[in-house]
Design a protein around this ligand. Structure first.
Ligand SMILES: Nc1ncnc2c1ncn2[C@@H]1O[C@H](COP(=O)(O)OP(=O)(O)OP(=O)(O)O)[C@@H](O)[C@H]1O
Length: 278
């Protein structure tokens, strides 16, 4: 897909589209999806950045194989250059604080640290900045969603009832702050046993489709539950970069195309109308 399909004015300096990747429930694979989706968008010819805003458990640096000793550089003492990892411009709270320090920040502090991280990073000509949001729908997430010009949000969930309930809260939250929900990504949909080949919907089936329908949004795609994906993420070699032909990577490619389609259908803010009177 050509880069030119999204001719949008930058929402912040150096960034055309900000996409929040959110989940209601923790551990459903939001960070895994963010990293691989970023690489899938890059494969389609786009310039992509990732901001790890999951302040309580930042994991993007590890997923992209960035060494814990690597720190972003500042040329002017005011802003940071993002770290380039596998062609993705990456910034994370984990780069700026000692990994072993517990993040016991209160909501307002976390939200303001997040804003600084977003605005004081020198993003360079990005088509997409994906934000790996902290899980949940509390004050921090609400403030972030309100204070940042988010182009749209995607919701990651598993098909499990308890995750879906939280995903619905996530959709409601974005609606409340008028951030368009671009769709739902169902992760861990089907597990195929690596020894016998038997497939099983461990977390249930049809849940992603159901909430997408209930909330008049799209199911952007479904991802399998595979041991290989977990192993690759733990090794800092995301599937889409490492094994681009695997079914999982192909699924990420289709999700990236769906996401672009949804973004291209968003209307630009209407130009102000000028009225003349006598
Ligand atoms: N489709 C999948 N198949 C196998 N393992 C997966 C899959 N998706 C995620 N995982 C694994 O599940 C664990 C949790 O994933 P991840 O950290 O992406 O979730 P998260 O929603 O970002 O969690 P958090 O709530 O901590 O932000 C990780 O070990 C990851 O490798």
């Amino acid at each position: 897909m050509p880069r030119t399909c999204l001719r949008r004015k930058p929402v912040i300096e150096g960034v055309k589209n900000i996409v929040a990747v959110a989940s209601g429930k923790g551990g459903v694979g939001k960070s895994t999806v963010t990293a691989n989706l970023a690489l899938a968008l890059q494969k389609l010819g786009h310039r992509v950045g990732v901001l790890d805003a999951d302040i309580y458990g930042p994991s993007q640096a590890q997923m992209f194989g960035v060494s814990p000793t690597q720190k972003p550089q500042s040329q002017d003492g005011q802003s940071f250059d993002p770290i380039e990892a596998q062609g993705i411009q990456l910034m994370s709270m984990a780069f700026l604080v000692d990994q072993s320090t517990p993040m016991i920040w209160r909501g307002p502090m976390a939200a303001s640290a997040f804003q600084q991280l977003l605005n004081q990073t020198r993003w360079s000509d990005l088509d997409f900045l994906l934000i790996d949001m902290p899980p949940g729908t509390g004050d921090i997430q609400l403030t972030m969603a309100q204070k940042v010009k988010v182009t749209g949000a995607v919701i990651v969930t598993t098909p499990q009832d308890i995750a879906l309930l939280d995903a619905e809260r996530g959709i409601e939250m974005f609606r409340q702050v008028k951030v368009p929900v671009l769709g739902v990504i169902e992760n861990m949909s089907l597990h195929t046993c690596s020894s016998c080949g038997h497939s099983e919907p461990i977390f249930g089936s049809g849940g992603g489709e159901r909430i997408a329908t209930d909330y008049q949004t799209q199911l952007l795609g479904q991802l399998p539950l595979t041991r290989r994906l977990r192993e690759l993420m733990d090794a800092g070699t995301p599937a889409v970069a490492q094994e681009p032909e695997s079914p999982t990577s192909q699924a990420f490619g289709q999700i990236a195309e769906q996401l672009i389609l949804q973004l291209s259908q968003l209307e630009e803010a209407p130009a102000p109308t000028i009225q003349f009177s006598e």
